[in-house]
Write a protein that binds this ligand. Structure first.
Ligand SMILES: [Zn+2]
Length: 224
């Protein structure tokens, strides 16, 4: 028996980025209908200082038992002066005190929306050890990158694996789990939920189903 996890990053309340009626959201719902795919959605709580999570938006996703909402930082952004070097790696510029404040700000927003996320993935993967210590004390698990976070110790359960939904070769098993990674949108990523990738991912699932007698679709929190 193998597990299949599909993670999606960057969802927030902006049209095209994970709202009811978005084409991408219809693809996810169709994959759940057809295959029983479950999704772990990594959501920044105040994306680019512009899109704060809302109770309506969170409630929309919470109605589905095939969806888990996880924490993906607060601003998904860095101070503008460091932008060139760091992209949007919010937790790569935070010390222990700053990370504690940031996580608390984020969790306050989540609480106002009626949800307590169990898991965390750092925006852009990067994180300082001090911020990793903080994150580990707040979350049950962290989705980390086996190379980018190589020198970082997380003091909580952690999961690796990030095979793109657009890939077809070298798909890896991590223990008993296939870990697919994607982004809801964005010009800078190949693994977005475009029609092309949606159709491709159906072929990947058909292939895996032909190779394994039983596949179990799970959210990350459901992995043993
Ligand atoms: Zn992200």
């Amino acid at each position: 028996m193998k597990n299949v996890v599909v993670a999606i990053d960057d969802l927030h309340p902006e049209q095209g980025w994970g709202c009811e009626g978005d084409t991408q959201v219809e693809y996810l719902s169709a994959l759940n209908d057809q295959y029983g795919v479950k999704f772990t959605l990594f959501c920044p709580s105040y994306y680019h200082h512009q899109y704060k999570l809302t109770k309506d938006w969170v409630s929309y996703w919470k109605q589905f038992d095939w969806v888990e909402l996880a924490n993906h930082g607060h601003y998904h952004d860095v101070k503008k002066s460091t932008f060139d070097q760091m992209g949007e790696q919010e937790f790569l510029e935070l010390n222990h005190i700053e990370a504690t404040e940031r996580v608390q700000e984020s969790l306050d927003v989540w609480e106002q929306c009626g949800h307590k996320p169990k898991g965390f993935r750092s925006p852009g993967w990067g994180i300082t050890q001090e911020a990793a210590d903080v994150v580990s004390s707040y979350f049950d698990w962290v989705a980390q990158h086996e190379l980018h976070n190589q020198s970082i110790n997380f003091g909580t359960q952690n999961f690796i694996g990030c095979d793109g939904i657009h890939e077809s070769e070298n798909i890896s098993l991590y223990g008993d789990t296939f870990m697919f990674q994607s982004h809801i949108q964005g010009d800078w990523n190949d693994n977005v939920w475009s029609e092309k990738n949606y159709l491709h991912f159906q072929k990947v699932l058909d292939y895996l189903l032909s190779q394994y007698n039983e596949l179990q679709f799970k959210t990350i929190s459901e992995i043993e």
